[in-house]
Design a protein around this ligand. Structure first.
Ligand code: COA
Length: 708
């Protein structure tokens, strides 16, 4: 059998040809699948023994879309190759001689759903998941999805689904009209699809083509208004990228001028987006996120992960209650321990509040909320701790206190229980009690822990691979993305982004307006500038953390006096009503009084000569240092791969995903250009902050990628 024949198998039974896409793990549309589909479809249409065709997927999933690695290669300049595009094959599905039916179990995403929508009918199981998530990759559907989905579910629903990259289940898909029939899990989706195929072949069921329908489309004026509203909402949500507009352009063209015109507009826009920086960035993030789950010596060591089902959380403050919320929401039984009844009551109330918000905002049902809270038990002692699989300590950030807690935990838990600290600054090795170091590690969650997706899993030299593996399993269960980091001060994110805050201070001391610094970085795509971010975190907290980091990494530190001066004056940031900005509730306004503090900080810095960088230079001065420090972390073996830094920066700092993360972004500029700019600032301004790292210098010299 050829590759194509293997990738799409044919089963012929009672005049129905069933084509089964078989391309593990998710039946993505590789070149072999495309060829196989085309060949098998042509053969089935030509075969007089066949009256109808069913399309299905092997291994309990339909088709999870285009082969993203192929899209990545094309986006990076590889030739399109001889393979056909899905769009070119779909006429054989929708308008061939014989009717077609999709049998959808598992995922029908992107090109998978486009393939299914081209069929003359669709049967799905209740556990199937369908959607057009192309926008998540900076693309739009490229095989008629922008035309067929609105014709099946109406413009409003289609636009919501595409712009949100939403996946829906079988029941919702049936309600919306994507599926014609819904079958229970367990019943045979393919068999039911074969029956529907026979009805179509016999003329007992109306044969429909999505592209020719207009019964679900809203009247033209309504459709135009829906698209205009979606455009306005997308402009607020997505800065600096064109794909939401492109998607809406294609839909609009189709509703105004007909599916054929819409289809060719979609094709043209899809091809343009495929080579866009945003698609390159987001596709990099797709693979980097999956790669981050793989830790050499741990996930490939042949170990079997033990599921973590019962967890103790020590401390019910903001972090502890957030962690407890994330755990109970993921189906884990939690014992939340606090020091006394009052603290416990407050901690439990925080968890309850978080879960209740999920109910009132419609993310979960009342019953699910109740079941979630039933998994939480509050206590002030160690009762039941001997039965726990893991304990996560989220007490105050004091070394002696945490050491004491870890000694108690080592005695009160079983030998196989994992002991984790949510510390953001304390050396994990200092916490591990004698004899228990193998089961100790850090789980550094980001605040609010029940919302933020990142967890830095911090291993010491003594943490056992099994401890790490089980913790990675727990993170996945909690729907968090874990990035594994070797123990070092600040771990990964706080360490590399300390340069961001330092550079912001340096720019201010060099006479650049703080608000301009913030605007430049906001316009670049950060959720807010570094000064506004400092205000949000609390400038007292920031000054304290800066002290720790500067002591740990004194060589290239730069600290403006500005934040310290603001703290001295009681301007602690948003929580005190003023910091760099002044606040009306959460709304930040520029504060005229800031100028005096800035002038004083500049004096304390020795009144260095002012500089006048462009906005682009401000961004580079603020972020090249991050990339440089990331190179040091890579050199020291703190992270497994550069892509891990991208994933962590996007999820932990809100670095714009469409730029692919700091390493991918810098790689686009080139190691040599980044290095030379840093070296130039180092010499010109005498600022050690910009001293290029050895790894960066090496990459610059050999013009190597920052991603290898
Ligand atoms: N093309 C190529 N590879 C794909 C893929 C695709 N469309 N979808 C998934 N994969 C790969 C992943 O890279 C991963 O590979 P790895 O094991 O080497 O790391 C593997 O398949 C499993 O994917 P993963 O995401 O880890 O599995 P999951 O069960 O958590 O999720 C999906 C399954 C299908 C929901 C998820 O993979 C997904 O969203 N895929 C992309 C769907 C999509 O965007 N399609 C439109 C493309 S334009």
């Amino acid at each position: 059998m050829s590759d194509a024949e293997q990738a799409v198998r044919l089963e012929l039974s009672e005049q129905i040809a069933t084509l089964i896409v078989d391309n593990p793990p998710v039946n993505a549309l590789s070149a072999a699948v495309m060829s196989g589909l085309e060949e098998r479809l042509r053969a089935a249409h030509a075969d007089p023994q066949v009256v109808a065709i069913v399309l299905a997927g092997a291994a309990a999933t339909f088709v999870a879309g285009a082969d993203i690695s192929r899209l990545q290669a094309i986006g990076s300049g590889a030739p399109l190759g001889s393979g056909r595009s899905l769009a070119a094959i779909l006429p054989l599905v929708e308008s061939g001689e014989k009717p077609t039916v999709a049998a959808i179990d598992g995922f029908a995403l992107g090109g998978g759903l486009e393939l299914a929508m081209a069929c003359n009918a669709r049967v799905g199981s209740t556990r199937c998941r369908v959607g057009l998530p192309e926008l998540k990759l900076g693309l739009i559907p490229g095989a008629g999805g922008t035309q067929r989905l609105p014709r099946l579910v109406g413009v409003q629903r289609a636009v919501d689904m595409m712009l949100g990259s939403t996946q829906i289940d079988g029941r919702q898909a049936r309600e919306l009209g994507i599926l014609d029939e819904l079958v229970d899990p367990g019943s045979n989706v393919v068999e039911r699809a074969q029956l529907v195929a026979r009805e179509l072949a016999d003329g007992r069921r109306e044969l429909r083509r999505a592209l020719e329908r207009d019964d679900r489309l809203e009247p033209l004026d309504d459709a135009r208004r829906i698209i205009a509203d979606a455009r306005a909402a997308a402009a607020k949500k997505h800065r600096n990228v064109g794909y939401p507009d492109a998607c809406l352009d294609a839909v609009l063209e189709g509703v105004e001028k007909g599916a054929k015109a819409g289809f060719s507009r979609e094709q043209q826009l899809f091809r343009e987006l495929l080579v866009s920086d945003a698609a390159r960035g987001l596709i990099h993030v797709f693979f980097a996120t999956r790669a981050a789950a793989k830790v050499p010596g741990v996930t490939d060591a042949g170990l079997t992960a033990s599921p973590i089902e019962r967890v103790g959380v020590l401390g019910g403050g903001t972090m502890g209650s957030g962690i407890a919320t994330a755990l109970v929401s993921a189906g884990v039984e939690v014992r939340l321990k606090e020091v006394d009844d009052a603290a416990l009551e407050a901690g439990v109330a925080r968890v309850r509040g978080n879960v209740e918000r999920n109910v009132t905002q419609g993310r979960i049902t009342r019953e699910q909320g109740d079941a979630t809270l039933a998994r939480l038990r509050g206590q002030t002692d160690y009762a039941g701790f001997s039965d726990l699989d893991m304990v996560i300590e989220a007490a105050t950030e004091k070394v002696e206190l945490k050491q004491q807690i870890f000694r108690e935990l080592a005695e009160r838990t079983s030998d196989r229980a994992i002991l984790a600290s949510n510390t953001s600054s304390i050396d994990i090795e200092h916490l591990a009690p004698e004899g228990a170091a193998g089961r100790v590690l850090g789980t550094h969650f980001f605040s609010p822990a029940h919302i933020m997706k990142l967890v830095e899993v911090v291993r010491s030299a003594k943490t056992s691979p099994q401890t790490l593996l089980d913790t990675l399993g727990l993170a996945k269960k909690m729907k968090k993305t874990a990035v594994t980091v070797v123990n070092c001060p600040g771990f990964l994110i706080n360490r590399v982004f300390m340069r961001y805050g330092q550079a912001a201070g340096w720019l201010i001391d060099r006479g650049v307006d703080p608000y301009r610094v913030d605007r430049a970085l906001y316009d670049f795509g950060m959720p807010m500038g570094p000064n506004r971010m400092g205000d949000l975190a609390g400038l007292d907290v920031s000054v304290f953390a800066a002290g720790i980091m500067d002591a740990a990494y004194p060589d290239h530190a730069y600290r403006s006096a500005l934040r310290g001066l603001l703290v001295e004056a009681g301007r602690l940031g948003e929580k005190s009503g003023s910091g760099h900005y002044r606040y009306e509730g959460r709304k930040a306004e520029e504060a005229p009084k800031l100028a005096g503090f800035v002038a004083r900080a500049r004096e304390l810095a020795g009144s260095p000569e002012p500089i006048s960088p462009s906005d682009e230079e401000i961004v580079q001065m603020a972020l090249f240092g991050v990339v440089n420090e990331a190179c040091r972390a890579i050199e020291e073996g703190i992270v497994v791969r550069p892509g891990d830094i991208d994933v962590a920066a996007i999820l932990g700092m809100g670095f714009p995903a469409y730029r692919g993360g700091p390493m991918k972004w810098a790689d686009g500029i080139g190691a040599r250009a980044v290095h030379d700019a840093l070296a130039d600032w180092r010499t010109r301004y005498g600022a050690a902050l910009f001293e290029p790292s050895r790894l960066l210098a090496g990459k610059a010299k050999s013009s190597a990628s920052l991603l290898d």
